[in-house]
Design a protein around this ligand. Structure first.
Ligand code: 13P
Length: 243
């Protein structure tokens, strides 16, 4: 069984004043039996040095450096103190036109910089309603997950786009179906597929976390809104520890 992971994605939220939430979490969960990861905005990564859990970026460029105004390389994230980076989040795919090819290249850049990539995949509502979910997942897995993937350098987050920030959550059967499908597909490509952590993301809260964590092949969560406050994220971490 892979070690479980509770990951928070702060998205474009968080000023220095909000670092108290991270310090509170670190104090409360100093003895956690699961891994904890916070991905704050890039501006706060360096200020998180010394925090006793993992810190990640939310995106990186495909290259290590060069004329790319405003972009951040994986190497820069590592230099700032990160050890993870999210790649292929649906908000990046939608807002910045990131294709599977770009996501795979960013994930490779993350690996080369020594970061663990949290590669996100998931269907839109239209795709779900037209019965194309598993086909979409297959295409994204084939295109976004690089060949050098291992259980050490990669985490996969299944985030149905329609569940993100909406309060709508798939049924437990739907989550289980997609997660077991992902596990089966990974086993066709990677020798250590059983140890690759599969996170569910999309409207995870303290009130639904325990049920979601009881689903087979769910090794943790990637949490947006409910990761911003220690009081909201703590019960999710506790539910994962108890799962
Ligand atoms: P919410 O938890 O706010 O739905 O966001 C999920 C997400 O996008 C995490 O990456």
């Amino acid at each position: 069984m892979p070690r479980k992971l509770a990951a928070g994605n702060w998205k474009m939220n968080g000023l220095r004043a909000n670092l108290t939430e991270i310090h509170t979490l670190a104090e409360r969960h100093a003895e956690a039996s699961v891994d904890i990861l916070i991905c704050p905005p890039t501006t706060l990564i360096h200020a998180c040095n010394g925090v006793l859990f993992d810190i990640g970026g939310q995106d990186c460029h495909t290259e290590t450096g060069g004329a790319h105004t405003g972009d951040i390389s994986a190497q820069m994230l590592a230099d700032a103190g990160a050890n993870y980076v999210i790649t292929g989040h649906s908000e990046r795919r939608a807002d910045h036109g990131e294709t599977d090819v770009i996501v795979a290249a960013k994930s490779t850049a993350a690996h080369e910089a020594g970061l663990t990539a949290v590669i996100c995949i998931g269907e839109t509502l239209d795709e779900r309603e037209s019965g194309a979910t598993l086909e979409v997942i297959d295409t994204q897995l084939a295109g976004s997950i690089p060949d050098q993937t291992t259980a050490q350098n990669t985490v996969i987050a299944y985030e149905p786009v329609w569940a993100i920030g909406t309060g709508k959550v798939p049924t437990l059967d739907q989550i289980g179906e997609v997660h077991s499908h992902i596990r089966a597909r990974l086993s066709e490509r990677f020798a250590d597929s059983a140890d690759i952590r599969l996170l569910y993301g999309g409207s995870v809260k303290g009130s639904n976390a325990a049920d979601i964590f009881a689903v087979a092949n769910v090794d943790g969560a990637l949490v947006g809104g409910a990761s911003l406050k220690a009081d909201d994220f703590s019960p999710i971490i506790t539910a994962l520890e108890n799962s």
